[in-house]
Design a binder for this molecule. Structure first.
Ligand SMILES: NC(=O)c1ccc[n+]([C@@H]2O[C@H](COP(=O)([O-])OP(=O)(O)OC[C@H]3O[C@@H](n4cnc5c(N)ncnc54)[C@H](OP(=O)(O)O)[C@@H]3O)[C@@H](O)[C@H]2O)c1
Length: 279
């Protein structure tokens, strides 16, 4: 049987026994060519893992609505209509979230939302760069870390629930390997916020599933971005089974898989991306 990959029926029809399966990754691009592309809300798209994720989804034909503290930088972020689709927000201040959610809804103009990626995160260090422990972390640091890393994902998901439901969309929370083990550089507030986000992913998967929304997490190990301490690569790469740190695009590809039709029966999972560091 020959298949016209741009045929509307093939791209969008329900699968039946005689159908040739269309690659789920190509499907997104085809949808965008037909004017019914998917839309993503991505926090922390200006740098690191978020930046690589924005690029990958954009290449796959998704429209990206970005959220971070800085104005949109068109020189660095090569996706279409980036400035129009950018919402400037300080995620450590929960009082700013309702305004940001309203701005996102305005950008969606009543349309569905296919994915929310809670990627923005902070990992504060002491002034001298050392690890902040359960004995040394100031209360303001605890509050800031939990607001950005845990509360913002909860509020964004709640605020965008109707739009996610309309698309049978999915949520990906970015946790960390440090949520399940003590780390030489990452601090206690960061580690506990990521453990809480991992637990939240399970809870949300349970609560959102009856509404057709999947909720998963990815737990990166050492990925080469600004968040790493300067010594991380030299000290940890030798003990990671793959003998290297990861790259942001290696993380972006797993996020893309979780948001794609290829992951349609996956919810409540947390995927480790760490070169075997946890084994
Ligand atoms: N890199 C790793 O090895 C690693 C390992 C495990 C988990 N992770 C997790 O992966 C995610 C991305 O990390 P990354 O390494 O890519 O970090 P990064 O390079 O430091 O980027 C962090 C992003 O979050 C945004 N952001 C930070 N604070 C914010 C705030 N208060 N309000 C709004 N946006 C804020 C930043 O944008 P602006 O500065 O423009 O606001 C930036 O785009 C984080 O959740 C991190 O915990 C990373």
């Amino acid at each position: 049987m020959s298949v016209d990959p741009l045929s509307h029926d093939h791209a969008f029809g329900s699968p039946s026994a005689g159908d040739v399966a269309l690659c789920p990754f190509q499907g997104d691009k085809l949808r965008s060519l037909h004017g019914s592309g998917k839309t993503l809300v991505l926090t922390g798209a200006s740098r690191g893992i978020g930046h690589a994720t924005g690029k990958l989804f954009s290449e796959a034909g998704w429209r990206i609505i970005t959220c971070s503290r800085q104005p949109f930088d068109g020189g660095r972020c090569p996706w279409d209509s980036g400035a129009d689709n950018h919402v400037q927000v300080e995620l450590s201040d929960h009082r700013g979230l309702p305004r940001a959610i309203a701005e996102i809804k305005e950008r969606l103009s009543g349309g569905p939302l296919h994915a929310l990626i809670n990627n923005a995160g902070i990992s504060p260090k002491a002034v001298d760069g050392s690890r902040l422990t359960s004995l040394t972390t100031p209360v303001e640091t605890w509050m800031g870390v939990f607001h950005v890393n845990l509360l913002a994902p909860i509020l964004l998901a709640q605020g965008l629930f109707d739009e996610l439901k309309a698309a049978s969309g999915s949520i990906v929370n970015v946790t960390s390997i440090v949520g399940s083990r003590v780390h030489p550089f990452a601090g206690t507030a960061y580690a506990t916020s990521k453990a809480a986000l991992s637990c939240l992913t399970r809870e949300m998967a349970h609560d959102y599933a009856p509404h057709g929304i999947r909720v998963n997490a990815i737990a990166p190990g050492e990925i080469k971005t600004d968040i790493l301490s300067p010594e991380t690569e030299a000290q940890l790469a030798p003990v990671i089974p793959l003998h290297r740190v990861g790259t942001p695009d290696e993380v972006a590809k797993v996020i893309f898989f979780l948001c794609s039709d290829a992951a349609s029966y996956i919810t409540g999972a947390e995927v480790p991306i760490n070169g075997g560091q946890h084994v």
